[in-house]
Write a protein that binds this ligand. Structure first.
Ligand code: ADP
Length: 182
Protein backbone atom coordinates (compact mmCIF):
# COMPACT_ATOMS: atom_id res chain seq x y z
CA UNK A 1 0.00 0.00 0.00
CA UNK A 2 1.43 3.37 -0.95
CA UNK A 3 -0.16 6.77 -1.31
CA UNK A 4 1.80 9.81 -2.32
CA UNK A 5 1.52 13.43 -3.38
CA UNK A 6 3.99 15.94 -4.76
CA UNK A 7 4.52 19.23 -2.93
CA UNK A 8 6.64 21.67 -4.97
CA UNK A 9 8.09 18.64 -6.75
CA UNK A 10 8.99 16.93 -3.46
CA UNK A 11 7.43 13.61 -2.52
CA UNK A 12 5.26 13.08 0.55
CA UNK A 13 4.36 9.40 0.80
CA UNK A 14 2.82 6.83 3.08
CA UNK A 15 3.74 3.21 3.56
CA UNK A 16 2.85 0.40 5.93
CA UNK A 17 5.66 -1.26 7.83
CA UNK A 18 8.46 -1.23 10.35
CA UNK A 19 10.47 2.01 10.33
CA UNK A 20 13.66 0.27 11.50
CA UNK A 21 13.99 -1.30 8.02
CA UNK A 22 13.77 2.01 6.12
CA UNK A 23 16.67 2.93 3.85
CA UNK A 24 16.56 6.70 4.09
CA UNK A 25 19.02 9.39 5.16
CA UNK A 26 17.22 10.11 8.42
CA UNK A 27 14.80 8.05 10.51
CA UNK A 28 12.71 9.95 13.05
CA UNK A 29 12.03 8.35 16.42
CA UNK A 30 9.10 9.00 18.76
CA UNK A 31 11.24 9.43 21.87
CA UNK A 32 10.53 10.75 25.36
CA UNK A 33 12.08 13.77 27.08
CA UNK A 34 14.69 11.70 28.90
CA UNK A 35 16.03 10.22 25.61
CA UNK A 36 16.87 6.95 27.34
CA UNK A 37 14.86 4.59 25.15
CA UNK A 38 11.39 3.29 25.92
CA UNK A 39 8.57 1.20 24.50
CA UNK A 40 6.90 1.24 21.10
CA UNK A 41 8.87 2.54 18.16
CA UNK A 42 11.56 3.97 20.47
CA UNK A 43 12.31 0.48 21.82
CA UNK A 44 12.34 -1.00 18.32
CA UNK A 45 14.78 1.68 17.09
CA UNK A 46 17.12 1.19 20.05
CA UNK A 47 17.10 -2.60 19.60
CA UNK A 48 17.81 -2.33 15.88
CA UNK A 49 20.44 0.43 16.18
CA UNK A 50 22.37 -1.27 18.98
CA UNK A 51 23.71 -0.13 22.39
CA UNK A 52 25.99 2.62 21.04
CA UNK A 53 22.87 4.69 20.39
CA UNK A 54 22.10 4.96 24.10
CA UNK A 55 25.77 5.78 24.79
CA UNK A 56 25.67 8.72 22.38
CA UNK A 57 22.39 10.02 23.77
CA UNK A 58 23.70 9.88 27.33
CA UNK A 59 26.96 11.56 26.39
CA UNK A 60 25.59 14.34 24.18
CA UNK A 61 22.18 14.99 25.71
CA UNK A 62 22.48 14.26 29.43
CA UNK A 63 19.51 16.53 30.16
CA UNK A 64 17.30 15.00 27.45
CA UNK A 65 15.28 17.39 25.29
CA UNK A 66 11.92 19.14 25.88
CA UNK A 67 8.59 18.11 24.37
CA UNK A 68 8.16 19.63 20.93
CA UNK A 69 11.89 19.44 20.07
CA UNK A 70 14.27 16.89 18.54
CA UNK A 71 17.97 15.94 18.56
CA UNK A 72 20.08 14.05 16.01
CA UNK A 73 22.40 11.07 16.47
CA UNK A 74 24.22 8.59 14.30
CA UNK A 75 22.04 5.66 13.11
CA UNK A 76 24.52 2.86 14.02
CA UNK A 77 23.11 -0.47 12.80
CA UNK A 78 20.03 1.02 11.12
CA UNK A 79 20.25 1.30 7.31
CA UNK A 80 20.15 5.11 7.62
CA UNK A 81 22.68 7.87 8.35
CA UNK A 82 20.97 9.65 11.22
CA UNK A 83 18.24 9.20 13.78
CA UNK A 84 16.19 12.26 14.71
CA UNK A 85 14.79 11.76 18.21
CA UNK A 86 11.61 13.81 18.46
CA UNK A 87 9.52 14.22 21.58
CA UNK A 88 5.81 14.54 20.91
CA UNK A 89 3.30 15.54 23.58
CA UNK A 90 1.35 13.20 25.82
CA UNK A 91 -2.33 13.80 24.98
CA UNK A 92 -3.99 15.58 27.92
CA UNK A 93 -7.33 16.51 26.38
CA UNK A 94 -6.06 18.87 23.68
CA UNK A 95 -6.00 22.07 25.71
CA UNK A 96 -2.36 21.86 26.82
CA UNK A 97 -0.77 22.99 23.57
CA UNK A 98 -0.72 19.47 22.11
CA UNK A 99 -1.18 20.46 18.43
CA UNK A 100 1.64 23.04 18.58
CA UNK A 101 3.92 20.63 20.43
CA UNK A 102 3.25 17.84 17.95
CA UNK A 103 3.88 20.19 15.01
CA UNK A 104 7.06 21.32 16.80
CA UNK A 105 8.31 17.73 17.05
CA UNK A 106 7.91 17.20 13.29
CA UNK A 107 9.28 20.64 12.38
CA UNK A 108 12.35 20.17 14.60
CA UNK A 109 13.18 16.95 12.76
CA UNK A 110 12.85 18.64 9.39
CA UNK A 111 15.07 21.54 10.47
CA UNK A 112 17.68 19.06 11.71
CA UNK A 113 17.41 17.20 8.39
CA UNK A 114 18.13 20.48 6.59
CA UNK A 115 21.14 21.20 8.80
CA UNK A 116 22.50 17.71 8.15
CA UNK A 117 21.73 17.86 4.43
CA UNK A 118 19.41 14.84 4.57
CA UNK A 119 17.36 14.31 1.43
CA UNK A 120 15.03 11.57 2.62
CA UNK A 121 13.31 11.32 6.01
CA UNK A 122 11.05 8.58 7.43
CA UNK A 123 8.62 9.38 10.25
CA UNK A 124 6.52 7.19 12.54
CA UNK A 125 3.16 8.47 13.82
CA UNK A 126 4.64 10.51 16.68
CA UNK A 127 2.51 10.60 19.88
CA UNK A 128 -0.13 8.34 18.35
CA UNK A 129 0.75 5.21 20.33
CA UNK A 130 1.43 5.18 24.07
CA UNK A 131 1.11 9.00 24.21
CA UNK A 132 -2.55 8.73 23.13
CA UNK A 133 -2.88 11.50 20.52
CA UNK A 134 -6.23 11.02 18.70
CA UNK A 135 -5.58 9.47 15.29
CA UNK A 136 -7.54 11.82 13.07
CA UNK A 137 -6.15 14.99 14.65
CA UNK A 138 -2.63 13.57 14.90
CA UNK A 139 -2.51 12.56 11.25
CA UNK A 140 -3.63 16.03 10.15
CA UNK A 141 -0.96 17.78 12.22
CA UNK A 142 1.70 15.39 10.90
CA UNK A 143 0.78 15.71 7.24
CA UNK A 144 0.15 19.47 7.32
CA UNK A 145 3.39 20.25 9.15
CA UNK A 146 5.45 18.21 6.70
CA UNK A 147 3.64 19.63 3.66
CA UNK A 148 4.28 23.17 4.91
CA UNK A 149 7.99 22.45 5.27
CA UNK A 150 8.19 20.96 1.79
CA UNK A 151 6.71 24.18 0.34
CA UNK A 152 9.71 26.15 1.68
CA UNK A 153 13.46 25.97 1.17
CA UNK A 154 14.70 22.52 2.21
CA UNK A 155 17.23 19.83 1.30
CA UNK A 156 14.56 17.19 1.85
CA UNK A 157 12.95 15.82 -1.27
CA UNK A 158 11.24 12.70 0.10
CA UNK A 159 9.30 12.34 3.34
CA UNK A 160 7.81 8.93 4.05
CA UNK A 161 5.44 8.15 6.90
CA UNK A 162 5.96 4.53 7.91
CA UNK A 163 2.79 3.39 9.60
CA UNK A 164 2.45 0.34 11.74
CA UNK A 165 -1.27 -0.41 11.46
CA UNK A 166 -3.94 -0.28 8.75
CA UNK A 167 -6.00 2.05 10.90
CA UNK A 168 -3.19 4.58 11.26
CA UNK A 169 -2.43 4.28 7.56
CA UNK A 170 -6.05 5.08 6.68
CA UNK A 171 -6.02 8.16 8.91
CA UNK A 172 -2.89 9.46 7.22
CA UNK A 173 -4.31 8.69 3.77
CA UNK A 174 -7.36 10.77 4.66
CA UNK A 175 -5.21 13.69 5.82
CA UNK A 176 -3.01 13.41 2.72
CA UNK A 177 -6.04 13.65 0.45
CA UNK A 178 -6.92 17.02 2.03
CA UNK A 179 -3.56 18.69 1.28
CA UNK A 180 -3.52 21.38 -1.40
CA UNK A 181 -0.77 20.34 -3.80
CA UNK A 182 -0.75 23.54 -5.87
P1 ADP B 1 4.39 7.67 21.40
O1 ADP B 1 4.88 7.39 22.81
O2 ADP B 1 4.99 8.93 20.81
O3 ADP B 1 2.91 7.60 21.29
P2 ADP B 1 4.71 4.95 20.31
O4 ADP B 1 5.98 4.27 19.96
O5 ADP B 1 3.92 4.39 21.43
O6 ADP B 1 5.07 6.50 20.53
O7 ADP B 1 3.78 4.96 19.04
C1 ADP B 1 3.95 5.81 17.94
C2 ADP B 1 3.48 5.08 16.69
O8 ADP B 1 4.52 4.22 16.24
C3 ADP B 1 2.24 4.19 16.89
O9 ADP B 1 1.38 4.39 15.77
C4 ADP B 1 2.85 2.78 16.90
O10 ADP B 1 1.92 1.82 16.41
C5 ADP B 1 3.97 2.96 15.91
N1 ADP B 1 5.07 1.97 15.93
C6 ADP B 1 5.47 1.12 16.91
N2 ADP B 1 6.54 0.40 16.49
C7 ADP B 1 6.83 0.81 15.23
C8 ADP B 1 7.80 0.46 14.24
N3 ADP B 1 8.72 -0.47 14.48
N4 ADP B 1 7.78 1.12 13.04
C9 ADP B 1 6.88 2.09 12.78
N5 ADP B 1 5.93 2.46 13.67
C10 ADP B 1 5.90 1.83 14.86
Amino acid sequence: MTDEILVEGRRLELTRGDITAERVDAVANAANEALRGGGGVDGAIHRAAGPLLLDELQRRYPEGTPTGTAVATDAYDLPARWILHAVGPVWRGGTHGEPELLAGAYRSCLLLADELGARSVAFPAISMGIYGYPPHAGARVAINTVAEHLRGTTTVDVVRFVLFSDETYERFAGALAEVETE
